[in-house]
Write a protein that binds this ligand. Structure first.
Ligand SMILES: Cc1cc2nc3c(=O)[nH]c(=O)nc-3n(C[C@H](O)[C@H](O)[C@H](O)COP(=O)(O)OP(=O)(O)OC[C@H]3O[C@@H](n4cnc5c(N)ncnc54)[C@H](O)[C@@H]3O)c2cc1C
Length: 333
């Protein structure tokens, strides 16, 4: 593990040899939609695709945990912080080029902005992503989408760098997309940009569809309190027998339950909202409670969509961390 001075030396080296923005002792709450998280030793925001490669080449020499983040809209950072480096792929990598029926987009592009740009060009296929507040890189990694669709359906290929900075193209087949999962999740990679195949449509109709999707989301989802979207994945088998995760949590009487500064949203029981400076443990406790109660009542285990980032950089579905932490604790309501 590196000490503070070693991280400062690394920051100096990155500032002199790359164009990245380098922040020492970064407050992760600022990079999390949940507004939860401790301090990361370093946060690095590369300035271009080439800059990502330069940053990775420097970091390859450094033995410390490294994570890749986008907009933090699907991540629970630990309140104890991150003893390592967060590489943030954001606004500086947000070029979009539309030609014919294809779009090439950089990974830091804001998803609603990309969906709008594509729709306004009279191209359809990704309208369902209009309300997803993350980056295209995060969306690809999570195979995110809505209305039972995933962005992988339209992906042709994604260019990714490994942690040494070597770049390779991954085809749709390589990505092996399934519901909210891609094979890229199991590799240590940075998505740089991607090509999507779209369908020619009517710009006015596409726009109207996106407005209606946004209106529906505004009606259903909590919007004024920090949250990370749906906490649990919808399992088709459970859906057929019980219903959505939100319905199941409501049915077992946990809607509105509060722990510390976190609360199961009284509006939508598959959302956890940060009502008052919540800690990561507050959220993990609620996740464990929701999951075990639903299992006791229905026999189904719900798995998380949200990923927890441990202080050592390990990133995994949040229910795993929750179980490890609270399995032996008394969690009765
Ligand atoms: C209010 C709200 C509503 C939401 N609604 C939806 C929805 O309808 N459908 C849906 O699918 N999701 C939804 N989400 C979840 C989230 O927005 C998506 O999963 C999003 O695509 C994640 O993008 P991000 O940039 O925030 O990724 P992050 O949360 O920062 O990261 C998510 C994962 O992607 C990885 N990652 C991010 N960028 C890169 C990159 N460039 N290269 C390699 N790995 C990368 C991270 O390591 C992490 O494993 C919602 C979230 C919120 C807050």
């Amino acid at each position: 593990m590196l000490d503070r001075k070693a991280f400062s030396d690394l920051a100096r080296k990155l500032r002199s040899s790359t164009q990245a923005r380098v922040i020492e002792a970064a407050d992760l709450r600022r990079y999390s939609r949940w507004k939860i998280g401790g301090v990361a030793s370093l946060l690095i925001e590369p300035n271009s695709v080439d800059d990502v490669r330069r940053v990775l080449a420097v970091l390859a020499e450094v033995p410390c945990p490294k994570i890749v983040i986008g907009d933090g809209s699907n991540l629970l950072f630990d309140s104890r912080g991150l003893d390592g480096v967060a590489i943030r792929i954001g606004a500086p990598l947000s070029r979009i080029k539309i030609e014919g029926n294809t779009a090439r987009v950089e990974a830091g592009s804001w998803v609603p902005h990309f969906a709008r740009a594509v729709g306004c060009s009279g191209l359809g296929g990704i309208q369902h992503t209009i309300g997803i507040p993350g980056t295209v890189g995060g969306l690809i990694l999570m195979n995110g989408g809505s209305q039972r669709k995933g962005i992988g359906e339209n992906l042709v290929s994604a260019r990714c760098a490994d942690m040494r900075g070597d770049v390779r193209e991954y085809t749709k087949a390589d990505c092996a997309f399934s519901y909210r999962h891609s094979a890229l999740q199991d590799k240590a990679l940075v998505v740089l940009d991607a090509v999507f195949e779209l369908t020619r449509g009517n710009a006015g109709e596409i726009r109207r569809e996106m407005i209606s999707i946004m209106a529906e989301r505004r009606r259903k989802f909590p919007k004024n309190l920090p949250n990370c979207g749906s906490v649990f994945l919808s399992d088709p088998e459970m859906y057929g027998v019980i219903g959505t995760p939100g319905f199941a949590v409501e049915k077992v009487g946990l809607k509105g339950l509060r722990r510390g500064g976190a609360q199961i949203s009284p509006l939508h029981a598959n959302f956890i909202v940060n009502v008052d400076d919540a800690s990561s443990d507050d959220v993990l406790w609620l996740i464990h409670r929701m999951r075990t109660r639903v299992h006791e009542e229905t026999g189904f285990w719900m798995d998380c969509e949200v990923r927890h980032v441990a202080p050592d950089g390990a990133m995994r579905m949040a229910h795993g961390s929750a179980a490890e932490k609270f399995a032996n604790a008394t969690v009765g309501v």
